[in-house]
Design a protein around this ligand. Structure first.
Ligand code: IPM
Ligand code: MG
Length: 356
């Protein structure tokens, strides 16, 4: 059986980390005996340059027809002109929305040997293992209306709208509860219910869904104090479910446990159709093309792809074990104060896969 994969390298270091992760995919396909067929398409800034659109129709059509999508990164200073008609990020947001990928999973589990790379005290990090479940297709990222306009007094005004329906909340919260059930049985729902109407609806729906998950302990927390509690008591968290923008912010904050944004993977899933897998880091234009980007976030995203879209738990675990061994064995890319470049780090992972 052949799985069809769309590669969307995108901008900055995207092509380098996607090429690294593809080598790892090929290696596990060979070892576990399945076939992969790849097609590459444009997204982001390079798609604006070459096709005049950050998400060309040919790209989204190919994604819809695929089993899974591997994405590098989008964006960069070249496309930062505030007057430009298109932004690279619109490509990513359009892809998420267009494929109905409402659930973004971001696991965070520090490596003991990297404790010194985190600014947090090492004893705080022992046992930390959390999963962010971020709502990905609603909230202030997509609310209408949104605009900037000139006002009559000669000033300007900008509007973004935050909107959630109970349906949008229920499906992500349900998924988060079912994931918590399979983990340590704790779900933290993060909101700003003391201020926002969307958050009060969010809380209500969480309580309704909780009735079906008696084995899961749930708690509600406000986002501001959660931002603090995450770093003071990271062990309090198992599964964290939250709306789009809070999830964006808190999951970057959680990267401090691991020591580098370059290590963290993500999966974006809908009810049906292909998932999109991407590292949580950005396009890192400052180091693009130098061959020094950390490929691990993307390699681990491929493991999530194997697990969630291709039904290859065996291959997913093999990759995760190989990465863990390589890191615990001392392999370090530049972001972690080491010397290894992208390909050298990838070669370590490939070697570890060969000697399980
Ligand atoms: C992320 C990124 C994106 C987001 C940007 C690039 C639009 O920060 O995936 O976390 O805000 O969702
Ligand atoms: Mg982000």
């Amino acid at each position: 059986m052949t799985h069809s994969i769309v590669l969307l390298p995108g901008d900055g270091i995207g092509p380098e980390v996607v090429s690294a992760a593809k080598q790892v995919l090929d290696a596990v396909a060979e070892r576990f005996g399945f076939r992969l067929a790849y097609v590459e398409h444009l997204i982001g800034g390079i798609a604006i340059d070459e096709a005049g659109d950050p998400l060309p129709d040919s790209t989204i059509d190919a994604c819809r027809a695929s089993d899974a999508v591997l994405l590098g990164a989008v964006g960069g200073p070249r496309w930062d002109d505030p007057k430009a008609r298109h932004r690279p990020e619109q490509g990513l947001l359009g892809l998420r929305r267009g494929l109905g990928l409402y659930a973004n999973l971001r696991p965070v589990r520090p490596y003991p040997s990297l404790a010194a790379a985190s600014p947090l005290k090492a004893d705080r990090l022992v046992g930390v293992d959390m999963l962010f479940v971020r709502e990905l297709t609603g909230g202030i990222y997509f609310g209408q209306p949104r605009f900037t306009e000139d006002t009559r007094d000669g000033g300007r005004r900008a509007v973004d709208t935050c909107e959630y329906t109970d349906h949008e909340i229920r499906r992500i919260v349900r998924l988060a509860f079912s994931l918590a059930e399979k983990r340590r049985g704790k779900l933290t729902s993060v909101d700003k219910a003391n201020v926002l109407a969307t958050s009060r609806l969010w809380r209500k729906v969480v309580d309704e869904v909780a009735v079906d998950f008696q084995g899961v302990v749930r708690e509600h927390r406000l986002v501001d104090s959660t931002a603090m509690r995450l770093v003071t008591h990271p062990n309090d968290f198992d599964v964290v479910v939250t709306e789009n923008m809070f999830g964006d912010i808190l999951s970057d904050e959680a990267a401090v446990f691991v020591g580098s944004l370059g290590l963290l993977p993500s999966a974006s899933l809908g009810d049906a159709g292909p998932g999109v897998y991407e590292p949580i880091h950005g396009s890192a234009p400052d180091i693009a093309g130098e061959g020094i980007a950390n490929p691990i976030g993307t390699i681990l995203s491929v493991a999530m792809m194997l697990r969630h879209s291709l039904d290859r738990e065996d291959a997913a675990r093999a990759i995760e074990a190989a990465v863990r061994r390589v890191i615990e064995g001392g392999a370090r890319t530049h972001d972690l104060g080491g010397e290894l470049g992208t390909q050298a780090m990838t070669d370590r992972v490939l070697a570890a896969l060969e000697t399980p």
